[in-house]
Design a protein. Structure first.
Lengths: 240, 340
């Protein structure tokens, strides 16, 4: 795949956006949003019983620059204009503030999703997108659809449920929530190290990452099965 | 939780606070006599005793009644501001509506309570929760304002006066942010003049901080307006000699004006010029002289200074004119600068 090269002007535009994002006012805004999202999800006892761990982050300088460069290259390759500016940065990049919930097995998502939606509703956040499950696994896709979560095919070989929301209609900064299993997190972390910001040039690394995706999916599936068996054995014991 | 979820429109009553974090500048005397003056010219006035010291409440009602009010304020049938905000602290609901105590035809009082200091402690937590954008925080911070709104609606109130303690605590912060305008009383002494230096910065900081909270606040909930306009200042308690402030007080008089200009007016102009639309010349909205025995008599008799049994008729008349002048200035300001 031949990679489009960005012009000096496009690089200049990206640097201006990054500088703008790093100014005091923007940083204060994203920090405030991060604090608010943390407060939203960390104070719910209902949620805590399904959550293994959580992570929150504000997009840093390098990650933003990489994302903008990737976006500009994609635009160039598809013959489109790269049109992100300082003015529409917060509108266009919706994961400047990110929160992640990690859990053990896939089927917990039904309860987690319902708690997340009710928290967003009772605390009156404006949901812009989601829940949407990105997945490449047919069995998981059927499951998400069955419990009423919209699905999107994912070429990037991971399974994760996403939401985008903001404080009110006029609020500038959106926040992204991702929910995934611990196994998926492992794949995501390895993929990120190897393939970001640029895809690994090692063929075997790229190959192994794809195999790891299959192992990950199987691992999540195995954990599901173990918990299914565990619940069933408890049911039988209670009945007898 | 209907109060904050389905917000009533903010009632048209103008909310005023006479504020200086320096004590002993005559806030309560000024507040109550201005309330009496406005009532005497046909306005319905609500006095909100939001000072845990309850000075205004003890000014207006006798000790036995007050004792009884405070004894029962914790019960379901409690009638003080504490009784109203208690459900917020206990997280059992919104503010409870209470009936104000009526004094004469047009004056109403929401009685204070020593336990408001407990509410004050919780307000710090509510404020933090607002920064975290929690609904519970907004309910707490806006609770007193919602109560005032309900009472203003029920009694067709024209003017609300908050009385507050001499500090920069969280209770005064929410009162200032709920007020449509504030008046600064300044005594003619060294500390009072010095206190002005920190007042402007403190208020501007509160306004800014609330503004960032509002930017992230949920849509459609009841919020404090957070835009108190600077109505003016009132030099207090100077002795007079041939209609001019006497020489002991004269240097303070110009120092007060200088500090009001540099430490309040210019800071407000810089932050938001709509909050300080008047020039320094117009900001001295009156003078309250040392009316000698009238002030203490007013307090013990629970009446306006011009209706007490002490002092001379001339003194009482001077007091009446003094407060009526300020009351009329407030009315003019409300009509010209606080239109909805």
């Amino acid at each position: 795949m031949s990679k489009a090269k960005l012009s000096k002007r496009e690089h200049g535009q990206i640097e201006r956006i990054v500088d703008y994002y790093l100014n005091g006012e923007c940083q204060e805004l994203v920090r405030r949003c991060e604090l608010q999202v943390k407060a939203l999800f960390s104070t719910s006892d209902d949620l805590a019983q399904y959550v293994h761990s959580t992570k929150s982050r504000i997009k840093g300088r390098e990650r933003l620059r990489d994302k903008l460069i990737r976006n500009a290259i994609d635009c160039k390759q598809s013959g489109q204009q790269f049109d992100i500016t300082e003015n529409n940065l917060f509108e266009r990049i919706t994961d400047l503030v990110g929160y992640r919930i990690l859990h053990l097995h896939t089927k917990q998502i039904e309860a987690i999703n319902s708690i997340v939606l009710s928290l967003l509703q009772s605390e009156r956040w404006v949901v812009i997108e989601g829940p949407i499950a990105r997945t490449w696994d047919d069995e998981f896709r059927d499951y998400f659809q069955e419990i009423g979560i919209e699905t999107l095919d994912n070429k990037r070989m991971y399974t994760s449920v996403h939401y985008i929301f903001k404080a009110n209609e006029q609020a500038r900064c959106a926040c992204e929530l991702q929910i995934r299993t611990l196994a998926e997190e492992l794949w995501g972390e390895v993929d990120h190290k190897i393939n970001y910001p640029h895809k690994s040039e090692s063929l075997s690394c790229r190959e192994q990452i794809k195999v790891l995706a299959r192992v990950t999916s199987s691992c999540s599936r195995l954990v599901d099965s173990i918990f299914h068996s565990y619940e069933e054995s408890r049911r039988i014991r209670r009945r007898s | 939780m209907a109060g904050i979820q389905k917000p009533a429109k903010r009632h048209s009553a103008k909310r005023i606070v006479i504020y200086n974090h320096k004590g002993g500048v005559g806030k309560t005397t000024l507040t109550i006599n201005l309330a009496f003056a406005l009532a005497s010219i046909g306005k319905n006035v609500l006095l909100v005793d939001s000072d845990p010291q309850c000075n205004i409440t003890s000014y207006l009602i006798d000790d036995i009644t007050l004792d009884d009010l405070l004894d029962h304020s914790d019960a379901d049938e409690g009638k003080t501001i504490w009784s109203s905000v208690k459900p917020l602290i206990e997280a059992t609901g919104d503010v409870k509506t209470i009936e104000p105590i009526q004094q004469g035809q047009r004056l109403f009082l929401l009685p204070g309570d020593i336990r408001l200091s407990e509410f004050e402690a919780d307000l710090n937590k509510f404020w933090t929760e607002c920064l975290e954008r929690r609904m519970r925080g907004f309910r707490g911070v806006c609770g007193l304002s919602i109560l005032v709104n309900q009472v203003s609606e029920a009694h067709d109130i024209d003017y609300v006066f908050y009385d507050c303690g001499p500090n920069i605590g969280p209770l005064n912060k929410v009162i200032l942010l709920d007020s449509d305008c504030f008046i600064v009383p300044a005594a003619c002494d060294l500390f009072s003049v010095r206190a002005l230096k920190t007042l402007g910065h403190t208020l501007a900081g509160w306004i800014k901080s609330w503004d960032t909270i509002v930017n992230q606040a949920p849509d459609g909930i009841y919020l404090l307006p957070g835009r108190p306009k600077f109505l003016g200042y009132i030099p207090q308690r100077f002795r007079v000699y041939r209609e001019e402030p006497s020489s002991t007080y004269r240097p303070f008089y110009s120092k007060i004006e200088r500090n009001v200009n540099s430490e309040i007016l210019s800071i407000f102009k810089k932050e938001d010029s709509s909050l300080a639309s008047r020039s320094i010349r117009d900001l001295r909205i009156g003078e309250v002289k040392d009316f000698g025995p009238l002030a203490t008599a007013g307090q013990s008799e629970g009446r306006p200074m011009w209706e007490v049994s002490k002092g001379s008729p001339d003194q009482r008349d001077a007091a009446r004119r003094s407060f009526l002048d300020i009351a009329n200035t407030i009315i003019r300001f409300a009509e010209n600068h606080m239109s909805d």
